[in-house]
Design a protein around this ligand. Structure first.
Ligand code: ADP
Ligand code: ASP
Ligand code: MG
Length: 417
């Protein structure tokens, strides 16, 4: 069997953990499998590299950021290979470039263009375990690139697709994908399986257990993968194409994203082209907007309307600067922004065939006295914006409403203890 395994930052956080990873790899190698391992930087390393660069300049050159950030994973591949050598197992480390991963030139968020794992195959055929640096690639001009935060997941999925791996395992610090982040909702339940579409929604709406682009890639190339713990042997969560029986579950999970901000433009002239100007300007600057609300306007001679939208926090300043720059041109009256908000989303393919889910969500929040600022829906999700102060409570309240068995099971377990 050809197995691709990915170990995240906490799983390689120190030498003890790296030894643990090596002994797990050894098990597969010793039973005769070909093993390709993708590792992340040791936990905290990528963040501290970013912090160092920002200590020198607020917006460092992106090409240099990639040269810097790629060093994190490079440390781990060598240490993991050395840990395997210590067990007497032949292992070779490779950077993204050596592994044949080529990308476009969008530094710090590059897209994979091609994977040509020629050297990986040669090494595997020679009986070696191959350890690949996650999160990085190389342009056609030999520049180092990185694939966006959490990008080691993408490296693993892309290699599993290119190598037509029999097994793709994503090892992390929780036992799988849960109905909500188990660090915030202690009685969240581990899922046995989840569809690509549900995983994609949860990931892009804030569940950082998988990088959303990696899930998109897995869906496109039909890579079935398992999210599981690097600390025990329990089976994790299988992520795969939706099956009919998955629709029996209405809500699969709930995610939360505290990295959001809201912008409101007051009294925008309500005429054809206004929204196009606002969102065209943001789009041209590569600023992607998520939820949008436009209020109705009274039928007056010069009707005006308020437009609100959400954007990721790091892009807030660029968005407001840009809009204020075209204020007179657009003719709006004022701009307000708020970065003390959070987005909470319920996700499930079963919603396609069930009504009343949104109402149940709003009722649960109303009973808890939590105000909803914005709402958006799609076929398999409902998202709301709340004040950040209420975010954790809202997540727990919704979890209790949609997964009452989990709360009950938790009570019984507590009573027994
Ligand atoms: P790694 O370093 O292994 O890539 P991450 O920190 O990127 O791990 O992702 C794992 C974390 O994702 C967990 O520790 C957990 O707090 C968080 N998480 C958020 N939502 C979920 C969820 N629905 N299921 C499991 N984990 C989740
Ligand atoms: N080290 C990178 C990050 O922290 C990539 C990853 O861990 O997946 O985002
Ligand atoms: Mg991750």
């Amino acid at each position: 069997m050809l197995v691709v395994q990915k170990y995240g930052g906490t799983s390689v956080a120190n030498l003890e953990r790296i030894k643990n990873v090596a002994s797990r790899i050894a098990e597969y190698w010793e039973r005769g499998d070909q093993v390709v391992v993708v590792v992340s930087a040791m936990s905290g390393v990528t963040d501290s590299l970013i912090k160092m660069a920002h200590g020198l300049l607020p917006s460092p050159n992106r090409r240099e950021m990639d040269v810097l950030l790629a060093t994190g994973e490079q440390t781990t591949i060598a240490l993991t290979a050395i840990a395997l050598h210590a067990l007497g197992i032949p292992a070779t480390s490779m950077t993204g470039a050596q592994a044949g991963i080529t990308t476009d030139g969008a530094h710090t968020r590059a897209k994979i263009r091609n994977v040509s794992p020629v050297r990986i195959r040669q090494c595997l055929n020679a009986g070696h375990v191959v350890i690949v640096a996650g999160f990085q690639g190389q342009t056609d001009d030999d520049d180092i690139t990185t694939l966006g935060r959490g990008g080691s997941d993408l490296t693993a999925i892309a290699l599993a697709a290119a190598l037509k791996a029999d097994l793709c395992q994503i090892y992390t610090d929780v036992e799988g994908v849960y109905t909500a982040d188990p660090r915030i909702v202690p009685n969240a339940q581990k899922l046995d399986e989840i569809s690509y579409d549900e995983m994609l929604e949860l990931a892009s709406l804030g569940a950082k257990v998988m990088q959303s682009r990696s899930v998109e890639f897995a869906k496109k190339f039909e890579v079935i993968f398992e999210v599981r713990s690097s600390m025990n042997k329990k089976p994790g969560t299988i992520v795969k194409e939706e099956t009919k029986s998955m629709e029996d579950v209405i809500i699969r999970g709930i995610s939360m994203d505290k990295n959001q901000a809201k912008v409101t433009l007051a009294q925008v002239p309500d005429r054809p082209g206004s929204a196009a100007r606002v969102f065209g300007a943001l789009g041209d600057a590569n600023l992607s907007v998520d939820m949008i609300i436009q209020n109705g306007s009274p039928k007056t001679a010069e009707p005006c309307t308020d437009i609100s939208f959400t954007i990721e926090k790091p892009f807030l300043k660029r968005a407001t600067d840009l809009l204020l720059g075209i204020k007179n041109d657009l003719g709006f009256n004022g701009l307000a922004h708020d970065d003390q908000i959070a987005k909470i989303s319920i996700v499930g393919v079963g919603m396609k065939s069930h009504s009343g889910v949104a109402a149940q969500m709003f009722r649960a929040l109303a009973e808890a006295g939590i105000n909803i600022q914005m709402i958006s829906t799609s076929e398999i999700k409902v998202s709301i914006i709340v004040d950040i102060e209420n975010a954790d409570t809202a997540l727990k309240v919704l979890h209790a409403a949609f997964f009452p068995e989990a709360a009950k099971a938790d009570k019984i377990a507590t009573a027994k203890n």
